[in-house]
Each structure stands twice: as C-alpha cells, then as structure tokens.
Design a protein around this ligand. Structure first.
Ligand code: GDP
Ligand code: IMO
Ligand code: MG
Length: 427
C-alpha cells in the first residue's frame, strides 16, 4: 500500500497535529522523519488536549506503531518526559514505539549553544525555539554527533561525549565567555537515559521497508512546514532540517517512490513564529483579531504568532515543490465574523508584479502583498459537517484558494476537535 504524508504547507502550526490524528485512523505505522522537540502539535480528542513535541501524533490511537526515524534529532530528556506524561494519562506506549539507532541526540551543550548563539549581539537572530535543534544538526553534518546507537553503548558514549564536551567547553569559555559544562555529570545522566531507551532502539529503516513490503499503511508526519525547510525555505530564517516531503526518504530510509499520497496542510490565513520575511503579515487590528480568534500562541514556546492573510504564491510554491495531492485547509471557523477577508494573490517587488514565489530571501523581504479582498461571513461554522452547509462566501473562499494553489481541497477543518471536520469524497 502506498504511504501517506502530511506536511505543513506554510511556516508551521498549520494544524498538522489535528489532521494527522484524524488521518492516522487508517494507518498502521506513524513516523516522524525530521525535526525534534521544536515541534508543537496540539490534538484535541473528546475535549481532552494533548500536545506532542517529539512523539508522533499517532500515539493517541491505540493500535498504531510509532516511529522516530533517523532524520529526527532526539532530546532524551524530552522523549522520556513525554512518554511518562502519556503513561500518566493512561496511554501506554509499551511495544508501540521504536526509535532509530541512527537518529542523533540533542545533548545539553546543543541547548546551551542554541541559547548563546541566539543571545549574540552581532549576527542573525532567528528566534529559534531554543531546543538545541540547529546545533544538533550541525554536529550531525560535522560527523561528531552522538547517535542513539552511541547513547545505548557506554564505551562509545563515553568516547564521543568526551570529545564533544572538550570541544564545546573551549567554545563556551573562549568564544562566548560562558561557563563550561561538567563531563562526569553529563555522562552519568546520558548513560542512565541510554539504559532506559535501549529497548526502543533499532534499525527503523529496515522495519519501515518491511512494513511497506507487507502492505502496511505507513504514515509520515511532518513537523514545521515547507517555508521553514533548510534548503527550500526562507533561509536563514528556517529550521535545520528538510521539513517538507523532500526529507522523507532520507529521513526514514525508504525509497522516494514509497510515498503515495501527500496532504499539504494550510491555515485559511497565515502565521509565523520567530524572525524572517512574511509578506502577508498584518500589523493592524486585523492581525490581532486573527491571533486572538485563532489562539495563535506557540505550543512550544508560548510566543505570540505573527498573523497575516493566506499567501497564494507561497502555498503554490509549497505545493509544486512537494507535489501535494490534496489540501487540508484548517481554521476556517476563525475567519467567521470578519467583514472582509484577504487573499494575497501576488507580490509587488521593486515595482514589478510577481505571481510566483521568489526563493531569494532578500526579494521576499522586499515583497509587498497584492491583496484580493473577499466578503466574509457572519455565521459560526464550527458545527458544520458538510461543505454544502458552509456559507456561500466561505465555500467560494475555499474553492478560490484550492484553484489558485492548484491542489484539490480534501479536508476542511472548522474547529480544533476531531469531529469538526469536513472530508471530501475521493473523486
Ligand atoms: P501544528 O504544529 O501544525 O500541529 O499546529 P499547532 O497544533 O501548533 O497549532 C494549531 C492550533 O490550532 C492547535 O491549537 C489546534 O488545536 C488548533 N486547530 C487545528 N485545527 C483547527 C481548526 O480548524 N479550528 C480551530 N479553531 N483551531 C484549530
Ligand atoms: P510545528 O511542528 C512554527 C521556527 C522557530 C524559528 C525557526 C528555527 O509545531 O509546526 P528551530 O528551533 O527549529 O531552530 O527554530 O523555526 N519553528 C517553528 N515555527 N512551528 C514549528 O513547529 C516550528 N519549529 C521551529 O520559531 O523561527
Ligand atoms: Mg505547532
């Protein structure tokens, strides 16, 4: 059976968690393939709220196998804490969670370095989540990282950790004039984590290829979104992994052709957390209205999200890059009661009208939005369960987004709960 993926089509927080929880109903295996505890996916089931940072959102469905694949960077503190939190709520992960031995660990010095780099007066400040993600991926690329295989083997752990702590401490003390970290203490903590996590660690690439060969339904859960992708997003204001479907094969160890159906998730407006260009951003009370109405505050850091209109050129770029088969459009309910709703259909850059998304970041920084206004709707749509019942202006807005982005809408979400969803029949 071909695999399915759910990918953020904007700058993250599109509502992937809700869509993944909904769609994994039919999955056998749910896989995270990139990112780490920088993600914050909120899922609401029967009024109960669950926030995922590292665990796949498939955890809520009892019979699913959950995988943290090789492309994820894993902070053992967060992983053990999150597993514990779910167990405390009566959701056992016993036998349902596998962690790739090739996944890299986020170590205490990565978190410290993330903070020190962001605190510098000179240089670019990204507004990271402070979870040590960038430094962990940098060590991976530098070939000095500690993988899960190393964490669970005391001798390998000791040798690799010693080399890293030695190097990082020189950096902390000499370059940042900060305090060094204690090796012995870090080793003891890491060794204990390795012992606890050992039963979960395996070759998940082989496991996934076997699952695909056995015709299991494998589901890939994206974190962040296309516009935060390291290679294809608004560099340097991005995360440090391939946070679109291009990262799936490398991040899991399955052939690219395994990915069958791709769902791009987008809000009916746009948000962004952290620094970086955001052409459709609203700096007035309409932006404030979206933030308050949509509860747009980060699930990981609590930071207020920047808000703006739906950006068509950016979403079309995301769709073309990933090859989305279907669009899940979320948070339509948040727009209820707005007299007029904007859609950014093109940009003006240096006096020229540009309809496609320019990938060179300074051009996006200079882009002024060209906005088409739509009449809004006053009805509360949260109880609506069929497309035909939506107000005509709301339907027209959805259809126009779908047509301009060039992807058939497949799911419309009108509230945070599982039930507040309109699913379109396959053609
Ligand atoms: P993710 O990172 O893409 O999983 O998104 P987040 O969970 O960070 O942010 C989306 C937020 O919107 C969460 O609080 C969800 O519960 C909520 N949400 C998802 N879909 C809808 C929707 O259709 N309407 C409303 N009002 N909230 C939604
Ligand atoms: P989910 O999965 C929104 C942003 C940060 C920052 C940049 C780099 O919930 O959609 P990092 O800590 O990754 O080095 O930060 O990326 N960012 C997110 N923004 N949602 C996320 O995850 C994000 N993960 C990282 O705000 O601008
Ligand atoms: Mg989020």
């Amino acid at each position: 059976m071909p695999a399915t993926s759910v990918i953020g089509a904007q700058w993250g927080d599109e509502g992937k968690g809700k869509i993944i929880d909904l769609a994994t109903d039919r999955a056998d295996v749910v896989v995270r393939f990139q990112g780490g505890a920088n993600a914050g996916h909120t899922v609401i089931v029967e009024g109960n709220k669950f926030v995922f940072h590292l665990l796949p959102s498939g955890v809520l469905r009892e019979d699913k196998l959950n995988v943290l694949a090789n492309g994820v960077v894993i902070d053992p503190v967060v992983l053990l804490d999150e597993v514990g939190q779910f167990e405390n709520r009566g959701i056992s992960l016993d036998g349902r969670l596998r962690v790739s031995g090739a996944a890299h660990c986020v170590m205490p010095y990565h978190r410290v370095l993330d903070g020190l780099r962001e605190g510098q007066k000179a240089g670019v400040v990204i507004g990271t989540t402070g979870r040590g993600i960038g430094p962990a991926y940098a060590d991976k690329a530098n070939r000095c990282g500690i993988r899960m295989w190393d964490l669970i083997d005391e001798d390998r752990l000791r040798a690799r950790l010693a080399a890293n702590v030695h190097e990082k401490n020189r950096l902390f003390t000499r370059m940042f004039e900060s305090d060094p970290l204690d090796f012995d203490e870090m080793f003891e903590v890491a060794r204990a984590q390795g012992r606890k996590l050992k039963p979960l660690v395996s070759d998940t690439g082989a496991l996934l290829r076997e699952a695909l060969a056995a015709d299991k339904h494998v589901f890939f859960e994206g974190a962040q979104g296309v516009m935060l992708d390291l290679d294809h997003g608004t560099y340097p204001f991005v995360t440090s992994s391939n946070s679109d479907s291009l990262g799936i094969a490398a991040g899991t160890g399955v052939p690219p052709r395994a990915i069958g159906h791709q769902i791009g998730v987008a809000k009916a407006y746009c948000t962004r957390v952290g620094a970086g260009p955001f052409p459709s951003e609203l700096h007035d009370d309409r932006g404030e209205r979206l933030r308050e109405g949509g509860g747009e505050f980060g699930a990981t850091t609590g930071r207020p999200r920047r808000c703006g209109w739906f950006d068509v050129p950016a979403a079309r770029y995301a769709a073309e890059l990933c090859g989305f088969d279907g669009l899940a459009l979320t948070k339509l309910d948040v727009l209820s009661g707005m007299e007029e709703i904007g859609l950014v259909v093109a940009y003006e850059i240096d006096g020229e009208t540009v309809e496609s998304y320019p990938v060179d970041t300074p051009l996006i920084e200079r882009a002024k939005p060209i906005v088409k206004m739509f009449p809004g709707w006053s009805e509360d749509v949260r109880a609506v369960r069929s497309f035909q019942e939506l107000p005509a202006t709301c339907r027209a807005f959805v259809e126009e987004i779908s047509a301009r982005v060039g992807v058939r809408w497949e799911i419309v979400s009108v509230g945070p709960g599982r039930e507040s969803t309109i699913i379109r029949e396959a053609p």
